[in-house]
Design a protein around this ligand. Structure first.
Ligand SMILES: [Ca+2]
Ligand SMILES: [Ca+2]
Length: 184
């Protein structure tokens, strides 16, 4: 047996006694990195599913308003002279009060929000959400001379409803309305 073999044979029992301090520290660092990695992954996954849930609700709120607008006539049934193409409430209609609206373009500029139950369905039922689930809606109505534009007084109206979530994410739904004449 050489001298070096003799030395390693003497050292080996000491090595098997346990981890050295450096090994233990390295193991805890690796464990800490793994824990941080997993918790970041869980947090990102939660935020993603929460954002998806809010987007789904925002789409529902936008659709609810678009469906309500679709129930109105294209043109005002009792137009005041000069208000045949008049985005926003007409004479005798009140800004922000949908109950007074009687045609599609009256909704231009309409906004509401879930703040203090101010968002209501067409039948007046308040849409209440948790404080953290704040949504606001805004409507834009633009007349068009042809379905794909350009903007101008014509037989088409492009309605866009934008819903904004508490986190500032926006969902937009658009629908094109066409003037129709009901046979009498
Ligand atoms: Ca009107
Ligand atoms: Ca109007």
């Amino acid at each position: 047996m050489s001298r070096s073999d003799d030395q390693s044979a003497k050292r080996s029992p000491r090595r098997s006694l346990g981890f050295t301090l450096a090994e233990a520290m390295l193991a805890s660092v690796v464990l800490a990195i793994a824990v941080v990695g997993i918790s970041q992954l869980t947090s990102a996954s939660y935020q993603q599913s929460e954002a998806l849930r809010q987007d789904t609700r925002a789409v529902s709120l936008a659709r609810e308003l678009i469906e309500e607008i679709a129930g109105k006539p294209f043109a005002d049934p009792n137009p005041v002279s000069g208000e045949e193409y008049h985005p926003g409430p007409d004479t005798g209609e009140t800004y922000g009060n949908r109950a007074t609206y009687d045609n599609v373009d009256d909704y231009d500029g309409f906004t509401d929000s879930t703040n203090a139950g101010a968002m209501k369905t067409v039948s007046g039922q308040a849409l209440d959400f948790k404080v953290t689930e704040y949504f606001s809606r805004a409507v834009k109505v633009e007349y068009r001379t042809a379905p794909a534009g350009p903007a101008g007084n014509g037989d088409f109206a492009l309605v866009t409803v934008t819903v904004t979530t508490a986190k500032g994410r926006t969902v937009q739904l658009s629908r094109l309305f066409t003037r129709t004449t009901i046979a009498s």
